[in-house]
Design a binder for this molecule. Structure first.
Ligand code: ATP
Ligand code: MG
Length: 360
């Protein structure tokens, strides 16, 4: 088990900065996820931690020891690649044994360790098969076993689930999390799948063009996004333009499309107020808005809207509605309490205090 410090690390290819003065710390035993869209620099950062790429600037520390220039094979990290990178001409046993042979373990020790780890990932009975004779999920577990068998200080995983079908992906989330916890190992997991990140991680660094946009727990990122980018990337969020902002104690009253909502202050008070409206948006998740029929029962602050359409999704229905400013908004209603608003119906919308003011 180890902690990792990434200290002001920069990596460029030609004129393009891929990782831009990025700093973060991963704690002992933590399951830490690097999340972000394609091309944001996740793999580049992971490969720097593994030692396959050396940063131009900054330092990497493993348990306070500077490993910035330590070669990959001396870093005691185990890596699972997106395409698994198994040796096709070696059996499952030999694939997993590879790292131990390189490290000159005795034959008996190799047999014991490989046997144990294959049993742990549920592949003990397939030790003599070749990768070409395995399913995607089985290959994925061989790759995990190969990374774990050397008892690395850090387990690095680059989109290890992306080649699996939807059902297996979800099962393998639990397998990986369980193995990581049993081995009591620090893990860094790369994905562009926000649901995977939310369901597996202790903490998540959301990356945007080589920088951290927000670093938080899954709950923190979902409930308290700081930016429109984070609100949009994690879960679904309506991003509503702000027409006015006014302080109200620890809260901020936000004017939107003819209505108001009072939300916790998220840095607005320290912002430049004259520019504030254009610099902020209201992030309103579909479950943080309530639809009331007609305008008669509208409460102060409610926003007038009309229904465009309704989509039934089993446990919930999602409505698309048009606001007076012409924008469209989505609202979720639990099916059990959905009165079914018809298209074109005039309604009023209450925005709950769970909405967040985010940087545009
Ligand atoms: N060897 C290289 N030479 C030049 N540019 C590179 C090289 N490797 C990566 N890049 C560029 O760096 C950027 C980040 O790449 P990286 O592979 O880290 O992204 P990623 O976040 O892992 O994306 P994905 O989700 O698609 O795997 C991309 O724009 C990519 O084209
Ligand atoms: Mg990648």
């Amino acid at each position: 088990m180890a902690d990792i410090t990434i200290d002001s690390v920069t990596k460029r290819y030609g004129d393009i900065t891929i990782i831009d003065g990025l700093s973060l710390q991963v704690r002992h035993g933590e399951f830490f996820t690097l999340l972000g869209p394609s091309g944001c620099g996740k793999t580049t950062l992971l490969r720097m931690i593994a030692g396959f790429i050396v940063p131009e600037k900054g330092r990497l520390l493993l348990d306070q020891e500077d490993i910035t220039h330590l070669p990959a094979h001396k870093r005691e990290t185990g890596m699972v690649f997106q395409d698994y990178a198994l040796f096709p001409d070696k059996s499952v046993f030999d694939n997993v044994a590879y790292g131990l042979r390189v490290r000159k373990f005795a034959a008996q020790q190799i047999r014991d360790k490989v046997g144990q780890i294959l049993d742990r990932v549920g592949l003990g009975h397939l030790a003599n098969r070749y990768p070409g004779e395995l399913s995607g999920g089985q290959r994925q577990r061989v790759a995990l076993a190969r990374a774990l068998v050397i008892e690395p200080r850090v387990l690095l995983m680059d989109e290890p689930l992306s080649n699996l079908d939807a059902k297996l992906r979800i099962q393998m989330r639990d397998v990986i999390r369980q193995l990581q916890q049993e081995a009591n190992i620090t893990a860094i997991f790369v994905t562009h799948d926000q649901e995977e990140a939310l369901s597996m991680s202790d903490r998540i660094a959301l990356l945007r063009q080589g920088k951290i946009d927000q670093l938080d727990t899954p709950e923190g990122l979902y409930a308290r996004p700081a930016t429109a980018y984070a609100a949009d990337f994690i879960g679904a969020a309506n991003l509503v333009n702000v027409q006015g902002l006014a302080r109200q104690g620890q809260h901020v009253q936000v004017d939107i499309a003819g209505g108001q909502v009072c939300v916790p202050d998220s840095g607005y008070m320290s912002g430049v107020e004259s520019e504030a409206c254009t610099r902020w948006q209201l992030a309103a998740r579909p479950e943080h808005i309530v639809i009331h029929p007609g305008m008669a029962g509208a409460a102060p602050g409610d926003v007038a809207a009309h229904v465009l359409y309704r989509r039934y999704l089993g446990f919930k229905a999602t409505y698309a509605l048009r606001l007076p400013d012409g924008s469209t908004i989505n609202v979720d209603v639990p099916s059990a309490s959905d009165p079914v608003h018809a298209p074109e119906s005039p309604v009023s919308l209450s925005f709950s205090a769970d909405c967040r003011l985010v940087r545009a």
